[in-house]
Design a binder for this molecule. Structure first.
Ligand code: URA
Length: 213
């Protein structure tokens, strides 16, 4: 189940919405938050990959040879924007264990809210692979847009962006900068506050996942 607005798909499946409500609750434990993020990643991965092309391959069952559908083309790449992206990445890899993985280290300068890149490691050939970039929070979208630029510089030409929550300001910024990149989110919240946090949101995803402050 999903609602599409332009290039943005809101995956409003009841299981995702229910789990997201528990994640938003400030009383939810670190262990609970982490587990729910992984579970939501399973459900969202299923939706984001629903249109992948299949091809028939020859196999033999214990009973007979047959042609059976398998995902066509090069292996997928999941790109995690560190560090909160790793919470979604773990769940995505549960479903697609053979995916290649890119790590993009960006932190937000708390004064300027601008992204600062400190790490980038990606598979060598990104061309003609589907790359799903994951980060739970699309807030200002500064990190996400910078990550897209970096991936495109490295040859990426088929990218999707998956987050849990988005702010309208972040969606505007991202879709203007990268109109070719479809965005998938579980919810679009009300606004960003002056510190760049999504409201009502769920707080700092990395802190809630890792127990930091
Ligand atoms: N990053 C977070 O973890 N939370 C927000 O609300 C915004 C950015």
């Amino acid at each position: 189940m999903s609602k599409v607005q332009g290039n943005v798909t809101v995956i409003d499946h009841p299981m995702i919405q229910h789990k997201l409500t528990i994640m938003r609750n400030k009383e939810t434990s670190i262990a609970g938050f982490r587990r729910l993020l992984r579970e939501i990643a399973h459900l969202m991965c299923y939706e984001v990959t629903r249109d992948l092309e299949l091809e028939l391959i020859d196999i033999e069952t214990p009973m007979a040879p047959m042609k059976s559908p398998a995902i066509k083309g090069k292996k997928l790449v999941f790109a995690s924007i560190l560090r909160a992206g790793n919470g979604l990445l773990d769940g995505m890899l549960d479903l697609v264990p053979a995916a290649r993985v890119a790590h993009i280290g960006m932190y937000r300068d708390h004064e300027t809210l601008e992204p600062v890149e400190y790490y980038f490691k990606a598979p060598s050939s990104l061309e003609d692979r589907l790359i799903i970039v994951v980060d739970p929070m699309l807030a200002t979208a500064n990190s996400a847009t910078a990550a897209m630029e970096k991936l495109k510089e490295r040859g990426a030409n088929n990218i999707r962006f998956l987050c849990l929550l988005a702010a309208p300001e972040g969606i505007r910024h991202f879709t203007e900068a990268h109109p070719d990149v479809p965005v998938y989110t579980a919810a679009i919240d009300d606004h960003l506050n002056e510190k760049g946090y999504i409201v009502p949101g769920l707080g700092d995803a990395g802190d809630r996942m890792y127990g930091t402050r």
